[in-house]
Design a protein. Structure first.
Length: 253
């Protein structure tokens, strides 16, 4: 499906050597460009939404830049039944495991399919498991939305069995990941990686203590702090994504 992004830059004015924001930055993600888009800034006509660049104007006279939506634009707007792993943490998975076009990975559990869809663009095959039918349905819908055909979703309890062997990576986003230590050992190939994502450090601790047969490489949290840079104002923004969860990286040796 062809999609667009409408962007309006913030309008600012220098008053007494200080920048004042007269109009906030705005962004609209347009899923269906065959219909007029209604917003608080007015209505954007379908014929204008078919443009791939330049500016378009709403019926209220508001000017917006229009661009073709990229994967990451669409990804940020996926429908969610369960919380997805943040992009900053998924980036860690790619960087630290070195997975690529020939890699086979296991994603447990699927949730809304965010991790599976993100990683599928970089690897050969993703097997994604969940015990919740509604999660699987939403995950499949999101994968279809991106046109990804290298993800296989299946209902399975990975605490009991992982129906895949010789995988390069197992990503565990589960409430009790330590219950999957034995099945993980069977599913991962020699030299393969296991990454767990968990909101509580006690979950990471229990998993590490239960996974003595694996090489524990690191346990981290990725801190992301957004900064406000406007004129002479340079400071951290009051609301920043400081903590999302903990990541544990292990390797089968």
């Amino acid at each position: 499906m062809i999609q667009r992004v409408l962007i309006r830059k913030a309008k600012k004015q220098l008053i007494d050597d200080r920048e004042r924001v007269l109009e906030d930055e705005k962004l609209y993600f347009i899923e269906d460009i065959t219909k007029d888009y209604h917003s608080s800034d007015g209505v954007f006509k379908a014929e204008d939404l078919n443009k791939t660049e330049g500016k378009i104007k709403s019926n209220k006279g508001k000017d917006f830049h229009i661009i073709e939506a990229s994967f990451i634009d669409s990804y940020k707007g996926i429908k969610k039944l369960a919380q997805t792993i943040p992009l900053k943490d998924l980036g860690f998975v790619l960087a630290e495991t070195g997975i690529g076009k020939n890699s086979i990975i296991i994603d447990a559990g699927s949730g809304s399919g965010g991790a599976a869809c993100f990683l599928a663009r970089h690897v050969k095959k993703v097997y994604s498991f969940d015990i919740n039918e509604k999660n699987l349905e939403q995950a499949k819908e999101n994968a279809k939305h991106f046109g990804l055909d290298n993800i296989e979703f299946k209902k399975a309890d990975v605490y009991k069995e992982i129906p895949v062997k010789d995988a390069d990576l197992l990503l565990l986003d589960l409430p009790e990941p330590w219950k999957a230590v034995e099945t993980a050992n069977i599913a991962i190939k020699h030299g393969g990686f296991i990454v767990i994502y968990c909101p509580q450090i006690t979950q990471a601790q229990q998993f590490i203590n239960s996974a003595k047969e694996f090489l524990h490489l690191k346990t981290i949290e990725i801190i992301e702090r957004d900064w406000k840079v406007e004129g002479q104002i340079v400071r951290p923004k009051s609301l920043s994504n400081i903590h999302s969860g903990f990541l544990v990286l292990l390797r089968k040796i």
